[in-house]
Design a binder for this molecule. Structure first.
Ligand code: SF4
Length: 492
């Protein structure tokens, strides 16, 4: 059996890091972990190829080679999946689609004949049998969420690792919280299911053996969703690092209550964690209560951020505009919060009602959903697929101007300085890769000579070298990704 796995091209967005990739001689930020994991569950004797369209073009010959084509994607891949469906139809190849986009929105794909909805582990056996007999059904789904302790390591051998900035692995699925807008809990549930520490170490080791030395994104929805399991994992990562001399660094997502356990944060840093993404959403308590993000309400969010930064973690943050409780003062409040907390990488998006979420149901009940409203990346203005309480034009204009001011050179470097002041360079030092060094040299030219904000850039370099020379490498990385965010902000 010949199976072609296709990952559609991701449009330029906040997370794509598109404007940085060229500078560090990479083609994509992350490879498709879902497809690599499914590939590992297919029979070993099958011939499997992967085409990541962020890295290479997909040819008709590649599609014709396959008995089946499999695709996976997220909201941003909607158009790419439709295009692929059309190409498969023209070339008479059967397409099987899975992943987050079709799991909650397969009804929008009448052009696709076969779907795997939800997690594949409980479905793969039946699917393989049907593929072999040529009797593939329209839909595969299971009411039972799979145990993840049997999930094999991803098939890294299907990739050319050199094209990627970061490698993804997964330790857990699911989150115990209940944010109204979140579709993670719709897909993966409230009870976090975790791999065993040995399983994750085996995945890291397989990456190391494949030659990976750089950043690894532990793509859990909430790394501390099952904190006891995370606590058992950390000492094993530390021991593995010592045993193998691995230089990998880690980035993950976690809820803000991580700040309540400083000892745990220190252990994360010791294990090689460098950055965490926290969903702050908003400094407005009314909006937090409205979206049921209650874990963010009983605390001083700026203080929690500083506590996390003081352990050596860089805190990246997600922020949302468009809650019913938001008034016109929210733009200034978001700006002040982000600047004061030193959240350098601040992803501000517009609220979108994802299918299957409690928010989607509420807005449907209230008659506020926009029929056939396209749902894009949440930095895409089309994300706002419902009638907001605030005047739509004021909201969209306020959003645009907030993002542009956050990434204006002077504001951005000021925020980066705040972070460097709050932070302490602890934990194992990462070896600078050739591509990072290359990126640093190019950024000196790009940001220091070519682009607007030159003066702010050189001032940032000078103050860092004078006051925090040990953090110069981090400062240069922040300057470089700031360039990407600025370009994204300018395009809004
Ligand atoms: S904390 Fe994050 S992952 Fe958990 S429910 Fe809220 S938004 Fe979703």
């Amino acid at each position: 059996m010949k199976v072609l796995m296709v990952y559609p091209e991701s449009p330029g967005s906040f997370w794509s890091l598109k404007h940085v990739l060229r500078l560090v001689s990479k083609r994509s930020a992350y490879p498709p972990l879902g497809l690599l994991t499914v590939a590992a569950m297919l029979p070993r004797e099958w011939e499997i190829r992967l085409v990541d369209m962020n890295v290479e073009c997909l040819t008709d010959g590649q599609i014709e080679w396959a008995d089946f084509v499999m695709v996976s994607g997220m909201i941003v891949h909607r158009a790419g999946i439709h295009d692929l469906a059309e190409r498969c139809r023209q070339l008479s190849r059967q397409l099987i689609a899975g992943g987050p986009l079709v799991t909650t929105g397969h009804a929008d794909f009448p052009d696709i004949q076969h779907f795997v909805l939800g997690e594949a582990e409980n479905l793969i056996e039946e699917l393989v049998r049907d593929m072999e007999s040529g009797q593939v059904k329209h839909t595969y789904s299971s009411p039972v969420r799979p145990d993840v302790t049997g999930v094999p390591p991803p098939r890294w051998d299907l990739l050319d690792l050199r094209h990627y900035l970061t490698m993804p692995v997964q330790f857990s699925r699911g989150c115990p919280f209940d944010c109204e807008f979140c579709d993670i809990v719709v897909m993966y549930g409230h009870l976090p299911r975790v791999k065993t520490p040995e399983q994750l170490i085996a995945e890291l080791e397989s990456l190391r053996q494949a030659g990976w030395r750089d950043m690894v994104f532990i793509v859990d929805d909430n790394f501390i969703g099952n904190k006891r399991a995370a606590k058992e994992l950390l000492p094993q990562i530390i021991a593995w690092r010592e045993r193998t001399g691995s230089t990998m660094g880690f980035v993950t997502e976690a809820s803000v209550n991580l700040a309540d356990d400083i000892g745990f944060c220190h252990q994360m840093v010791q294990a090689g964690f460098k950055r965490i993404f926290v969903g702050f959403e908003t400094p407005s308590v009314e909006s937090l209560i409205e979206c049921r993000k209650l874990q963010n309400t009983r605390r001083d969010l700026v203080e929690s951020t500083k506590r996390l930064q003081s352990t050596g973690l860089e805190v990246m943050g997600g922020f949302i505009l468009g809650f019913d409780s938001d008034d016109v003062g929210i733009f200034r409040r978001q700006f002040d919060f982000i600047q004061h907390s030193g959240v350098v990488t601040a992803m501000v998006g517009l609220l979108g009602a994802l299918p299957g979420t409690k928010l989607h149901s509420r807005l449907a009940r209230e008659g506020r959903l926009i029929e056939n409203g396209a749902l894009g990346d949440n930095m895409d203005l089309s994300a706002l697929n419902f009638e907001p309480k605030m005047n739509r034009e004021i909201l969209v204009n306020g959003y645009r101007s907030l993002v542009k001011s956050l990434y204006a050179p002077k504001t951005y470097y000021q925020r980066a300085r705040t972070f460097l002041r709050n932070s302490r360079p602890l934990g194992p030092r990462m070896k600078m890769s050739r591509s990072s060094l290359e990126g640093m040299m190019k950024s000196l030219w790009l940001l220091g000579v070519w682009h607007r904000g030159r003066l702010a850039f050189w001032r940032f370099c000078a103050t860092t070298l004078l006051r925090r020379p040990r953090q110069f490498q981090v400062a240069m990385r922040l300057a470089l990704i700031g360039h990407h965010f600025r370009r994204v902000a300018d395009s809004l």
